[in-house]
Design a protein around this ligand. Structure first.
Ligand code: CS2
Ligand code: MN
Length: 361
């Protein structure tokens, strides 16, 4: 297992690499060019600048999260080949710079969706919250305003105002896209990019849908064991793999996450660990990484990775906002709770290492 940290880039994150160096056990930085909208060309010098900066602080920059997919590819329209060519160009450039894993998602229109970015928990901290009824009863434009308004001007990946400005148009384009069509469009994309990934040794790692159910009538296809099986079978190559995010799969109680990790372990290149607490009415809130605080058995999750000898990259996913840090940090991406999450995961991991050593003696 290689512990990593998601960082938003040079001059784009209050949490610097010098801060991150002080968190025990972190060897890699998960990065992206966050100013790039889906479909934009990534320049080699920008990639190199970031990689050099990351390496100069003693980290690897092996994982990029995310290179986003243009809606024309998800829609499967006549412009898709042009956008796939640009995507392939980025894969090649990232490979050349030493990148090993690319995380992406295939959610139509919206990336992660929440109704309150700062819901207070009983201990006075706050965290991202999803109110099921509210999403069922409101239109997509209102949810976008709610999220962007709540973020108070902070930029957030997945919620780029440029794209959200065209919501109505986008929804119109998706009106005939159902689950099967979306799977076919994903297959088309993978059939073109995976041979390149095999050639240049970059593993693709799709991120599950968050929340793991369809919203606003849009299909969502990476959200359960069966959907993941279907996805992996689209192109049966180790280069067609997963980002296994426990926080995204977690809000659906039917998802047996330890079982999913066991079943698809050899195709998991990147592990996101997050805990969520699910309420009776289907709402959920993000909580600390501690197993007891939510519905995801994070101890069992780490144990399963340990048992399988997981060699891939792992990171704490979203954390709560603590000690007033929500004033500055990106929602879900403060320093303190994610750092504590790392220590929790490493505590479990180190204990299991020790037990194994003792058994072997
Ligand atoms: C998610 C996503 O892991 C996360 O933070 O909430 O924003 C994720 O980064 C993307 O869906 C991956 O493409
Ligand atoms: Mn995640």
């Amino acid at each position: 297992m290689q512990m990593t940290w998601r960082w938003y880039g040079i001059n784009n994150d209050d949490i610097t690499l010098d801060h991150i160096r002080q968190i025990p056990g972190v060897t890699g930085i998960v990065w992206s060019l966050h100013d790039k909208v889906a479909g934009e060309v990534w320049e080699e010098d920008r990639i190199k600048e970031t990689m050099d900066h990351i390496r100069s602080k003693g980290f690897n920059g092996d994982v990029v999260e995310s290179v986003n997919i243009h809606d024309d590819i998800k829609l499967g329209n006549e412009n898709r080949d042009k956008h796939i060519d640009i995507y392939i160009d980025t894969i090649r450039k990232l490979a050349k710079a030493g990148v090993k894993v690319i995380c992406y998602n295939f959610m139509p229109v919206f990336d992660w969706t929440r109704t309150n970015l700062y819901q207070e928990l009983e201990d006075g901290s706050n965290a991202l919250y999803y109110e099921k009824k509210l999403v069922e009863g409101i239109n997509p434009k209102a949810i976008a305003d709610l999220i962007l308004g709540g973020a108070g001007g902070k930029t957030m990946p997945g919620w780029e105002p440029e794209r959200l400005g065209k919501l109505e148009e986008l929804f119109e384009c998706y009106k005939d896209v159902d689950e099967d069509t979306l799977f076919e469009n994903l297959r088309y994309f993978l059939e073109r990019i995976i041979p390149v990934c095999e050639e240049v040794d970059v593993k693709m790692a799709i991120h599950p849908d968050d929340p793991p159910w369809p919203i606003f009538g849009l299909p969502r296809i990476i959200r359960s064991r069966d959907h993941i099986r279907r996805f992996l079978d689209l192109v049966d190559s180790p280069y067609n793999g997963l980002t296994l995010c426990t926080g995204s799969l977690g809000p659906n109680k039917a998802n047996d996450i330890p079982a999913i990790i066991r079943e698809f372990g050899d195709r998991i290149h990147f592990a996101h660990i997050r805990n969520v607490r699910i309420y009776e009415n289907g709402d959920f809130i993000e909580v600390s990484h501690r197993a007891k605080d939510g519905n995801v058995d994070t101890v069992e999750v780490v144990k399963v990775y340990h048992e399988m000898g997981f060699k891939g990259y792992i990171r704490p996913d979203h954390g709560r906002h603590l000690w007033g840090e929500e004033k500055n940090c990106r929602p879900g991406y403060g320093l303190y709770d994610r750092a504590m999450g790392i220590m929790y995961m490493l505590g479990v991991w180190d204990l299991l290492d020790k037990q194994k050593e003792e058994e072997q003696r």
